[in-house]
Design a protein around this ligand. Structure first.
Ligand SMILES: NC(=O)c1ccc[n+]([C@@H]2O[C@H](COP(=O)([O-])OP(=O)(O)OC[C@H]3O[C@@H](n4cnc5c(N)ncnc54)[C@H](O)[C@@H]3O)[C@@H](O)[C@H]2O)c1
Length: 249
């Protein structure tokens, strides 16, 4: 029960990794604010948490829209009175040959993946500063760590998240706010199913040193560590959770 009396916001928590993070945090005692643009899955996650005896609310918000993000933080404070943990998980994927990636695609990926991490952090951090305490966990990607073809805009947006993580870690350290990132490798979610076909997933599995792709719970376990007091002396770091795929030559 690492999160008794803790309040956590998880963005993009209607499905996939975010859902596993929200359920994992709630299972260990956190009161969870489930945030997504998709209310259907989000309400189901709240019901699942409540069925398990936990407490959660769903807030429909687009993390790339400041007004939505302000509403998200206000609703979290109105219901639970404070915010201990922010997990910036919401993200989108797209990609093709570099010369064919449109300016619209670059802007969309940066809007959601980068500004969707910046805006929630900017609105939540003043609350954490007041209490001199907080945990921010950003979800980057293996694509930010190793060279991968055919999704330059996505990779660059996830690289920006790592730079932001290091910058904020130093800037917010005087307030005892830690900022870390997780870099997942290919993980079984709707995003992966949308970005790959069965043959590509087989190829990825064959190349994975640990012989399998990730499950949302693999990523959630790392996030829970970085959101817990166990990681109090760890800041500005990125933890690769990818079955060893990023250390291949
Ligand atoms: N699945 C993978 O293989 C993989 C690998 C590396 C990194 N990631 C990253 O992990 C994170 C979670 O990915 P996933 O695989 O669970 O994806 P997913 O597509 O299954 O889930 C993402 C969730 O984010 C929500 N979302 C999207 N845009 C949003 C917005 N503007 N505002 C609020 N919510 C929004 C979606 O509605 C969805 O519920 C993403 O940041 C992704 O880039 C995924």
């Amino acid at each position: 029960m690492r999160f008794t009396d803790k309040v956590a916001i998880v963005t993009g928590a209607s499905r996939g990794m975010g859902r596993a993070m929200a359920l994992g945090l709630a299972r260990e005692g956190a009161q969870v604010v489930v945030v997504d643009i998709n209310p259907t899955g989000g309400e189901e996650v709240v019901q699942e948490i409540e069925k398990g005896g936990g407490e959660a609310i769903f807030v429909r918000a687009d993390v790339s829209n400041r007004a939505d993000v302000e509403k998200m933080v206000q609703e979290a404070l109105d219901r639970f009175g404070k915010i201990d943990i922010l997990v910036n998980n919401a993200g989108i994927h797209d990609g093709t040959y570099f010369t064919a990636e449109s300016e619209e695609m670059w802007q969309r990926l940066f809007r959601v993946n980068v500004m969707g991490t910046v805006l929630p952090s900017q609105v939540v951090v003043p609350e954490m500063m007041k209490r001199k305490k907080g945990k921010i966990v950003n979800i980057s990607s293996k694509a930010a760590v190793v060279g991968e073809p055919y999704h330059a805009a996505y990779s660059a947006s996830k690289g920006a998240i790592l730079a932001l993580t290091r910058c904020l870690a130093i800037e917010l350290a005087p307030y005892q706010i830690t900022v870390n990132a997780v870099c997942p490798g290919p993980t079984y979610t709707d995003m992966l199913l949308g970005a790959t076909d069965a043959a590509q997933r087989e190829e990825l599995t064959a190349s994975a040193p640990l012989g399998r792709l990730g499950q949302p719970e693999d990523i959630a376990a790392a996030v829970l560590y970085l959101a817990s007091e166990e990681s109090d002396w760890c800041t500005g770091q990125s933890l690769s959770v990818d079955g060893g795929m990023s250390i291949l030559k």
